[in-house]
Structures are given as structure tokens and as C-alpha cells.
Design a binder for this molecule. Structure first.
Ligand code: FMN
Length: 354
């Protein structure tokens, strides 16, 4: 593709051209029939915006706050593993590009950079840490001490991963990790065989809501529960001290057949009743997707694959450009909706298509 990429879809095509098919399949793929993967995107198309006209918006600002931290836009970078499969500089390039765009990057547990390395690469960046909780509690405690020491702003516990979903693209391609891939946030290597199985083996499968108490006792950072898909679990998360909730189905990579995240967002928001901020990820490819989520009541969204496509296409610059494109799309959508700021977008700005 010769022309300059102008949106996230263009970056996806570029990434597909640049990556070897196994790595592209790892990033793009979902579980089972990939029905949920498709639904995450399709569901945004079933929500229609209701603009208000002849409103003097001036220059709309996309700036907002997440857990009290200022960010340039209501779009954060979701945790995604193994960025060195997309670009040799891996997570360090993602961190620099995200810092330049003025938003939060969530560092994934299966990353090739430690929290300290990430902070050193992008000292002006805002970083959160995503935890896959290992069986080894001693290791987990030390890892989290490093997260706090590196100045990270929040801890995001992924609650929808007692074991990996079945990713058939990786099975077909016999996709394997390079033997020399550093994974400093894991207590064990993932080997050169089935890395989804190895990661599943590493995660503690006995965790229950009660374990959040231990997590909060060893880590003073605000705790987000990522992977909530029901009102019941949203309430349990709050009861056990979560400071915020991330409505997520892991980008359609875990239980195929669950609904699109934007379809369950209202149920979760109703249960939470404004007590904490609620975030959403899954299927966000456009600024208009972002404002639809805001209109339903999300504080912000996170983007996973969109950023990986930028990284694969052009490293740090690509990450920054993807995020800047999304920011400009959000600013335009706010202006055309008649909303000067993200907080002005409300329920009256969106309607479900009949
Ligand atoms: C390639 C890839 C790797 C991922 N790795 C992780 C991970 O390590 N930890 C985690 O909590 N979620 C992980 N996720 C899920 C994302 O955090 C996020 O929920 C999802 O990507 C959002 O959907 P989107 O890609 O449509 O934006 C991963 C997703 C993808 C696509």
C-alpha cells in the first residue's frame, strides 16, 4: 500500500503486509469461530449518533481524566502481549509513541520490557500495569513492588483468563515464539512449544474474588478489574475493592459467543451506578466508536489491535500516528455532535438502531 495511512483500517492492511503471516494471525485472531471478535466491531454499527446542531462548540477538547490522571483523550492503550513480534523495539516503542500522544499505556505481563525499563524508555509517559496472576505469590509480590517503584499509576488485573481461549489461527500456523524473546515479567519462560498452554499453566487457576484482598495488601495502586461482562461480576468487583471496571471480552480471544462489549456496557453501568469509572475495550477502530461508548457512560476506552497495527507499520511513529488519528477523529465527532468536551457526551447522543 503506497498511500499514507489515514485511519486504523489502513494501518491494519499495512501491518498485514509487513508482518509474517503467523505473527499477523496471532495479533488479529480471536477464539473459536471469531464470532465475538466480529461482534465487537459490528455492534458499534448498530448504535447511531444523535447530533445537536447550532451549538457553539469552538475548538472541542478531547482532554479528560482517568482515575484522576489527566490524559489527552478518552482513549488508552490496552495491554497486548509480545510487542517484539510486531517491531524490534517492542513495548519501548509503544511506550514512547503513547507518551508522545499524551495518554496511558498499559504494560502487559507477557511483555519484553519490565516496568522499570518501560519507565526509563518513556519517563514522561503515564503507565499502568496489567497482571496475569502467576501461581508463584513470591514472584507476584516482587513484580508488583517493581511496578510501584517504577511510578506506575494503576494495576489492572485481568479476570477473564483462568486459561487461554482456543486461538485456531495460531494452531493452524503452528505459531511459536522466538526462543530468545525476553519475558521479564513472567516467573518462567514460555518455551518454544504452545505458548498459550504455557501461559495458562503459569496463571493461578484457583483465584477467587477473595484474593483481591491480598493483591490490595501488597500493591497500593488503584486496582482495575479487566474482563467484566455482567452486572453480577461488576458488583463483586466493587465489593472487593476494585477502583474501576474494564468491560472487556479480551478482544474476542477468550470465550467465543459472549456479546460485544458495547452491548453489555449499559448493564454494567447500571449496576455500578456511578460509584466508579467504567472503561470499555473491544472493537474500537474509529473516533465515532469512542464517542458512542462515552455516550453510553464509559469514562474512556482502550484500544488493543489498533496500536499494534501502528507499531508493526512504523514503530514508535506508527503508534503515535494511530493515536493522533483517533484523537483527531474524536475531536471531530465531538464538534459535529455539539459537545465541547468528552464529559458533554451523554445518553441523548446515541440511540440503538431499529
Ligand atoms: C494480540 C493481543 C494480545 C493481548 N494480550 C493481552 C494481555 O497480555 N493481557 C490482557 O489483559 N489482555 C490482552 N489482550 C486483550 C486486550 O487487552 C484488549 O482487551 C483487546 O485487544 C481489545 O480489543 P481490540 O483489539 O479490538 O481493541 C490482547 C489482545 C490482543 C489482540
Amino acid at each position: 500500500m503506497a498511500a499514507k495511512p489515514v485511519n486504523v483500517w489502513d494501518y491494519e492492511r499495512l501491518a498485514e503486509e509487513r508482518l509474517d503471516p503467523g505473527a499477523f494471525g496471532y495479533f488479529a485472531g480471536g477464539a473459536g469461530n471469531e464470532w465475538t471478535l466480529g461482534e465487537n466491531v459490528a455492534a458499534f454499527g448498530r448504535l447511531h449518533l444523535r447530533p445537536r446542531v447550532l451549538v457553539v462548540v469552538g475548538t472541542a477538547t478531547t482532554e479528560t481524566t482517568v482515575l484522576g490522571q489527566d490524559v489527552s483523550m478518552p482513549v488508552l492503550v490496552a495491554p497486548t502481549g509480545f510487542h517484539r513480534l510486531a517491531h524490534p523495539e517492542g513495548e519501548l516503542a509503544t511506550a514512547r509513541g503513547t507518551a508522545a500522544a499524551g495518554t496511558v499505556m498499559c504494560l502487559s505481563t507477557p511483555a519484553s520490557a519490565s516496568p522499570a525499563e518501560l519507565a526509563a524508555a518513556a519517563p514522561e509517559g503515564k503507565h499502568w500495569f496489567q497482571l496475569y496472576w502467576p501461581r508463584d505469590r513470591g514472584f507476584t509480590g516482587e513484580l508488583l513492588a517493581g511496578v510501584v517503584e517504577a511510578g506506575f499509576g494503576a494495576l489492572m488485573l485481568t479476570v477473564d483468563f483462568p486459561t487461554a481461549g482456543r486461538r485456531e489461527r495460531d494452531i493452524r500456523a503452528s505459531f511459536r515464539l522466538p526462543a530468545d524473546l525476553p519475558l521479564p515479567n513472567l516467573p518462567v519462560g514460555l518455551g518454544t512449544g504452545d505458548f498459550h498452554a504455557a501461559l495458562s499453566e503459569m496463571v493461578d487457576p484457583t483465584l477467587t474474588w477473595r484474593d483481591l484482598e491480598w493483591l490490595r495488601s501488597v500493591c497500593p495502586l488503584p486496582l482495575l478489574a479487566k474482563g467484566i461482562m455482567t452486572a453480577e461480576d461488576a458488583l463483586l468487583a466493587l465489593e472487593h475493592g476494585a477502583a474501576a471496571i474494564v468491560v472487556s471480552n479480551h478482544g474476542g480471544r477468550q470465550l467465543d459467543g459472549v456479546p460485544a462489549t458495547v452491548d453489555v456496557l449499559p448493564e454494567v453501568l447500571e449496576a455500578v451506578g456511578g460509584r466508579t469509572e467504567v472503561f470499555l475495550d473491544g472493537g474500537v477502530r474509529r473516533g465515532t466508536d469512542v464517542v458512542k461508548a462515552l455516550a453510553l457512560g464509559a469514562q474512556a476506552v482502550l484500544v488493543g489491535r489498533a496500536v499494534v497495527w501502528g507499531l508493526a507499520a512504523a514503530g514508535e511513529k506508527g503508534v503515535r500516528h494511530v493515536l493522533e488519528l483517533l484523537r483527531a477523529e474524536v475531536a471531530l465527532a465531538l464538534t459535529l455532535l455539539g459537545c465541547p468536551t468528552p464529559l458533554d457526551v451523554g445518553r441523548a447522543h446515541v440511540v440503538r438502531a431499529r
